[in-house]
Design a binder for this molecule. Structure first.
Ligand code: FES
Length: 75
């Protein structure tokens, strides 16, 4: 039995996808995963130069989770 695919919302960052999942583009064509990486981080800030993958640009752009994002604790 294979492990389930999980998607973790990282605080103020990317979506971490683990497990055997196929990533497709808008035409249904497979997108090659980064070489040597069993997991993939998908950009959710919109600033990555390697979309759909995260390149850590969220840090330079000061991306923060919206107040109602899962896992966000109200101040
Ligand atoms: S979430 Fe990391 S670059 Fe967008």
């Amino acid at each position: 039995m294979t492990a389930p695919v999980t998607i973790t919302v990282r605080k103020n960052g990317s979506l971490l996808v683990t497990g055997d999942v196929l990533l497709l583009d808008h035409e249904g064509q497979p997108i090659e995963r980064p070489a040597g990486k069993p997991n993939m981080a998908l950009c959710r800030c919109g600033h990555s130069q390697r979309k759909p993958f995260c390149d850590a640009s969220h840090k330079a752009h000061g991306f923060i989770d919206p107040p109602d994002a899962p896992g966000t604790v109200a101040p």
